[in-house]
Design a protein. Structure first.
Length: 218
């Protein structure tokens, strides 16, 4: 699928940015678009590392940004910083972008002025407990590494957050991203999301055995 095929579905300013770096969509991106990504459908994206999952979340965010705020939830502060810098470089002239990963005992009222907010699950948990008033304005939620719901330390917090978000934001678009999910069908059903599974990867993965300085591939 060429990007020109969705020109009419994206805001003009967003399309002009994306067409400079994208000519043709990768398999998971094409599947997501065809299964309602730009029509507000919840989606669970299960594809290998570097297969283009982030762009799926990016398309959802930028397509909805005029309708309401967007949250991008990541498990690590370093990853939040990385994503924040990437999006700020591309979209800072179009909408306000914030990074919220610090004080876990604050409602951060200044975030009311920002359209896209990057945060960790722990920070979002704090914002919800402090009844941040701008939470009701959220239209899009992207959860990176959503398979960490199965993590003993982070999993319970993430599961509760998703449950709360589904309750207080019944009209949000939820996008879950992961390279490794053991039970994707069950998770997609719980999220009430379209399941997008694809095995394409930019570099072929090969298995082999290393012994005495040599690798014998299967």
């Amino acid at each position: 699928m060429l990007i020109t095929e969705i020109k009419q579905e994206l805001p003009e300013k967003i399309y002009k940015i994306l067409e400079k770096e994208i000519k043709e969509f990768r398999p998971c991106q094409e599947k997501a678009i065809k299964q309602g990504l730009l029509k507000g459908k919840n989606q669970l994206i299960c594809t290998p590392t570097a297969s283009g999952k982030t762009l799926v979340g990016e398309l959802a965010i930028t397509n909805n940004i005029q309708k309401g705020k967007a949250l991008y939830i990541v498990p690590l502060k370093a990853l939040a910083n990385e994503k924040f810098k990437d999006f700020k470089k591309k979209y800072d002239h179009l909408f306000n972008i914030a990074l919220s990963i610090g004080d876990l005992d604050s409602a951060d009222p200044y975030l009311d002025k920002y359209s896209l907010i990057f945060c960790t699950a722990e920070k979002l948990d704090s914002l919800i407990r402090h009844n941040a008033p701008w939470l009701s304005q959220i239209k899009t939620v992207v959860i990176d590494e959503i398979h960490l719901m199965n993590d003993m330390s982070r999993g319970p917090t993430l599961e509760i957050l998703i449950t709360i978000l589904k309750k207080i934001l019944p009209n949000m678009q939820l996008i879950g991203l992961s390279a490794t999910i053991g039970n994707p069908k069950e998770l997609a059903q719980w999220l009430e999301a379209e399941l997008i599974i694809d095995n394409w990867r930019p570099v072929k993965l090969e298995k082999g055995t290393y012994f005495n300085g040599e690798i014998e591939f299967e």
